[in-house]
Design a protein around this ligand. Structure first.
Ligand SMILES: CC(C)(COP(=O)(O)OP(=O)(O)OC[C@H]1O[C@@H](n2cnc3c(N)ncnc32)[C@H](O)[C@@H]1OP(=O)(O)O)[C@@H](O)C(=O)NCCC(=O)NCCS
Length: 177
């Protein structure tokens, strides 16, 4: 199996959700049972990277996916030096709610590619609707190390998970070079 060039919006009739396995049951179940429903409800968008060749059922396997949604954080959760420059309102952010790679491709650079594509997607959205930062809620310590590698910093604990953030100004530095 090899991965295609572009992430596209999840389409149940074209993409085979049942064969996806990233090794984390929660993320597998989200893709299989919730992602499409959440999109239909208008609360998040899931982008998938299909395989180049279709499976026997004519659908394309999902090599990686990410889900994004607008969100907000309390100003008080930010480091003081950042918070003091912001008004006393909830701070708009983009939540990178899910990101996972099929386990067949772990360690081959697709996690990095998927994260960069997700950041670029949100950077493009930011041209139309501004957000202060991108946040992620880490499922595991390994996920936290993965995001830390790319500049995400721990923000607070949220529902038993470590919430990390990457300021949009940092994202701007990546894509405005
Ligand atoms: C985390 C995940 C997306 C990484 O994907 P991947 O394709 O294996 O990662 P890559 O091969 O692109 O690795 C990119 C870099 O991250 C590092 N990395 C990969 N997995 C890591 C992990 N679990 N912990 C720490 N660092 C990790 C690699 O060493 C590599 O660094 P290098 O460029 O210096 O060599 C993948 O393991 C996955 O889908 N895990 C299950 C779902 C999950 O935990 N998602 C996190 C969101 S909650």
């Amino acid at each position: 199996m090899s991965w295609g060039k572009e992430f596209v919006e999840l389409n149940k009739s074209k993409h085979d959700r049942s064969s996806f396995d990233c090794g984390e049951q929660e993320l597998n179940v989200f893709l299989k049972t919730q992602a499409a429903i959440h999109m239909q409800a208008g609360i998040s968008r899931t982008m998938v990277l299909p395989s180049t060749q279709p499976l026997l059922n004519q659908k394309h396997a999902i090599c990686a996916f990410y889900s994004v949604t607008p969100s907000s954080i309390s100003r008080e959760t930010l480091p003081v030096h950042l918070a003091k420059k912001l008004p006393r309102y909830p701070v708009p952010v983009f939540l990178l709610a899910q990101l996972a790679v099929h386990k067949e491709f772990h360690g081959s650079g697709l996690g990095k590619i998927s994260l960069i594509r997700a950041l670029k997607y949100l950077w493009d959205v930011n041209h139309y609707m501004r957000a202060y930062a991108i946040i992620v809620d880490c499922l595991t310590d390994q996920a936290q190390s993965f995001y830390a590698k790319y500049g995400f910093e721990a923000l607070c604990e949220h529902n038993g998970r470590i919430r990390m953030f990457l300021p949009m100004k940092t994202v701007e530095q990546i894509f405005s070079r």
